[in-house]
Design a binder for this molecule. Structure first.
Ligand code: DGL
Length: 246
């Protein structure tokens, strides 16, 4: 099976990492809209328009499914993408909410959702989790984490100050949804700050979801990888080499 992975930029490589680790696909084609990143500060209509263009891009390839690794796209554009795509389209929000439901049985648990402004404003996670019976939800958009991660500052003083800025008054949650492609890269420091919290990662969540959906029987020890970007594809390939240890 071949999968197209779409993200607003480089962040979706965290999802590719999970897909690779589980050896589910024969080929992964990645497209990052690096010319127009970030999506997380844009409005719904713009995110839908860009996402439909990504569907058009993937029509040039023989893919079986498309995964929107970007939480902001998953929050706003999945239905519209499904209407025009000749392949199945999966987002990461429903898989993330289901992964939380699997991990946290206590409906009174304190759940902290971190995402971009677009993801948080869409209330997609909160509505889904409410519908599963979870009531104690807190949503937050720590926007500065994104450029900090893009700078490769996965630890250290600058990240710590940003974490203090956003999280100083936040009580220890039972679970933390990493509702943005970039946040798995700072999972270590976030876990250190909230040592008792169960971290929910979009990459792991979509793997679980796809495994349930398709009941894969075959593993691919070698996965063909192709990377595309709307700007500076070489830069994206460099990051892919580093993050995915290629
Ligand atoms: N990929 C985006 C997300 O997961 C984060 C970066 C952006 O704002 O485009 O929502």
């Amino acid at each position: 099976m071949r999968v197209g992975v779409f993200d607003s930029g480089i962040g979706g490589l965290t999802v590719v990492k999970s897909l690779l680790e589980h050896q589910l696909f024969e080929e992964i084609i990645y497209f990052g809209d690096t010319a127009r990143v970030p999506y997380g500060v844009k409005d719904k209509n713009t995110i839908i328009r860009y996402s439909l263009e990504a569907v058009e891009f993937f029509k040039n390839f023989d893919i079986d499914i498309m995964v929107a690794a970007c939480n902001s796209v998953s929050a706003y554009a999945i239905e519209e993408m499904r209407e025009v795509a000749p392949f199945k389209v999966f987002g990461v929000i429903e898989p993330g909410a289901l992964a939380l439901q699997n991990a946290i049985k206590n409906k009174n648990a304190q759940i902290l959702i971190l995402g971009t402004k677009a993801t948080i404003n869409s209330q997609k996670y909160t509505r889904l989790l409410n519908s599963y019976g979870y009531e104690n939800l807190l949503s937050l958009a720590p926007s500065l984490f994104i450029p900090i991660v893009e700078e490769g500052l996965f630890e250290g003083e600058i990240l710590q100050s940003a974490m203090d800025h956003y999280l100083k008054h936040i009580q220890q949650p039972d679970a933390l949804i990493l509702g943005c492609t970039h946040f798995p890269l700072i999972a270590g420091p976030l876990q250190k700050r909230f040592p008792d919290a169960k971290l929910i990662h979009s990459g792991e969540a979509i793997v679980q979801y796809l495994q349930n959906y398709f009941s894969f029987t075959k593993k691919f020890s070698e996965t063909k990888l192709k990377f595309f970007a709307s700007e500076n594809p070489d830069g994206l390939k460099e990051v892919a080499k580093k993050w995915l240890k290629l």
